[in-house]
Write a protein that binds this ligand. Structure first.
Ligand SMILES: Nc1nc2c(ncn2[C@@H]2O[C@H](COP(=O)(O)OP(=O)(O)OP(=O)(O)O)[C@@H](O)[C@H]2O)c(=O)[nH]1
Ligand SMILES: [Mg+2]
Length: 447
């Protein structure tokens, strides 16, 4: 892959002319303006009246009402300031302001934008500040990490975006076949430009940690397998395969804009960009959803708060009640283990001085996830209080922290035991071990 800087591109004649054309410096300036006007008119023709547009609300959740966890959020988390310099929380690190400016400058040059959002929060993972510009571009919304999202609800989101006349595709950036479908859509939307232009620019933007770089690596893999395989191209292939966009589990991995060439004729470049958030997040719940899905560093909000929020969401949705079978099976397994210990003890067959652990000390992730689900089922099914009452919900969550401590086998004496519980609980959720979820509610299209 070839790294490029689209604002200082030099050398190759046709590329330079192309950049000048895009910057409006060339002789075809008039043609460019006419083309932009035609494009705007074309897009406007597909737009609905303001009244009809209401449910789409700019494809963000800025006006979405808080869910059933509103009260506990107000009580326990309400003092958090979700703004730059506001309260104790600042989740707008310095590099993001500069990155946002750089992204906005490059967006002017982009022929198409892939806006990557997290499937688990299709609206909350929209960057509000970028939306006005994105809505004027050819755009595809890629709802990434679909493997972690509830497939039964996912199709309602696709319907929602279709209603809003916005192309969208749920994808898994780790799956070639899934990314292949996205590429087909991109090619279709660029069909006319591919026939006319020598160079095209596709930008990938989104909030941190949604999988932009992983997507670019997959696009590159697919694209490089399409290159002809004569010796010259094989050489290029080997060179390009060495370059990869850096991918990592924490937000903020990509700090600079980098370009990757994915096609020869026309030359198509894909730009990876740093994940950027808005300086002021519209409401607490949006912020917590971003933190829960990993777009904001845990240390910014605190693992305990994020875990409390997750428990509040699970309880108010009564999700743990669906884990009754898991609980019953876990109980049966424990019963069988106890019976086996009584019937037959391997220690009896060994010389007295040798000792073997009676039970395995290895805690497999799947087993731990089952124990967690079982503990949460038990606590919620035995809960006699009112889930709508903030104090009672808080008591339940406290009990569940204790139950989780046991499930994770964390000693009561451990300092930071609660933080350890919270970290392990969040890791299970984020890896999809508690099942697939979508945290945002689909807007009501009838309003
Ligand atoms: N389960 C799952 N994980 C994914 C998917 N796509 C990416 N990831 C993981 O999500 C994490 C973040 O991926 P990145 O590609 O670094 O995300 P990014 O948007 O480039 O992040 P920044 O550079 O911080 O803005 C990594 O651990 C990836 O392996 C997906 O479709 N499913
Ligand atoms: Mg990245």
């Amino acid at each position: 892959m070839e790294e490029i800087d689209f604002l200082t591109l030099t050398g190759n004649g046709d590329r330079q002319r192309e950049v000048q054309r895009r910057q409006g410096k060339g002789s075809d300036d008039k043609e460019r303006r006419q083309h932009e006007r035609r494009e705007e008119q074309g897009e406007a023709a597909g737009r609905k009246t303001e009244e009809e547009q209401k449910p789409c609300e700019g494809l963000t959740n800025q006006t979405t009402k808080m869910g059933g966890v509103e009260k506990i959020l107000k009580k326990g988390l309400g003092e958090m300031g979700f703004a730059t310099g506001g309260g104790t929380i600042n989740w707008f690190p310095g590099h993001m302001a500069a990155a946002t400016r750089a992204i906005n400058a490059r967006l002017k040059l982009a022929d198409l934008v892939i806006e990557v959002r997290d499937s688990r929060i299709p609206l909350s993972s929209a960057n509000l500040d970028l939306q006005p510009r994105l809505s004027t571009k050819r755009r595809v919304i890629a709802l990434n990490k679909k493997d972690l999202a509830n497939p039964n609800i996912m199709h309602k989101w696709v319907d929602y975006f279709t209603f809003c006349k916005q192309d969208c595709l749920p994808i898994n950036a780790h799956s070639r076949s899934s990314v292949q479908k996205l590429l087909e859509l991109v090619e279709l939307k660029l069909k006319e430009k591919i026939a006319k232009e020598p160079t095209l620019l596709v930008m990938v933007v989104g909030v941190p940690n949604v999988g932009k770089s992983a997507l670019i690596n997959c696009i590159h893999q697919i694209a490089s397998s399409r290159f002809p395989t004569n010796n010259y191209f094989r050489f290029i292939l080997v060179q390009e395969k060495k370059k990869r966009a850096k991918v990592g589990p924490l937000p903020g991995v990509t700090q600079d804009i980098a370009g990757f060439k994915i096609a020869q004729r026309p030359s198509i470049y894909v730009l990876d960009t740093p994940g950027v958030l808005v300086p002021t997040i519209p409401n607490i719940e949006t912020g917590l959803k971003l933190a829960l899905s990993g777009s904001v560093k845990d240390s910014v909000v605190g693992e305990e708060r994020i875990a409390q929020y997750l428990l509040a969401v699970l309880n108010t949705r009564q999700t743990p009640l669906h884990w009754r079978n898991v609980h019953n099976n876990t109980q049966k397994e424990m019963q069988n283990e106890n019976d086996n210990k009584r019937d037959y003890n391997i220690k009896d067959l060994l010389p007295k001085r040798r000792t073997l652990p009676v039970t395995s000390n290895v805690h497999y992730v799947e087993g731990v996830a089952r124990e967690v689900q079982s503990a949460l089922y038990l606590s919620l099914s035995e809960f006699k209080g009112d889930l709508e009452d903030e104090n009672e919900l808080e008591i339940l969550i406290e009990e569940q922290f204790e139950a989780l401590k046991k499930a994770f086998k964390i000693s009561n004496r451990a300092t930071e035991a609660r933080v350890m519980v919270a970290k392990k609980f969040l890791t299970l959720f984020r890896a999809g071990k508690l099942g697939p979820f979508i945290l945002d509610d689909v807007p009501n299209l009838e309003n």
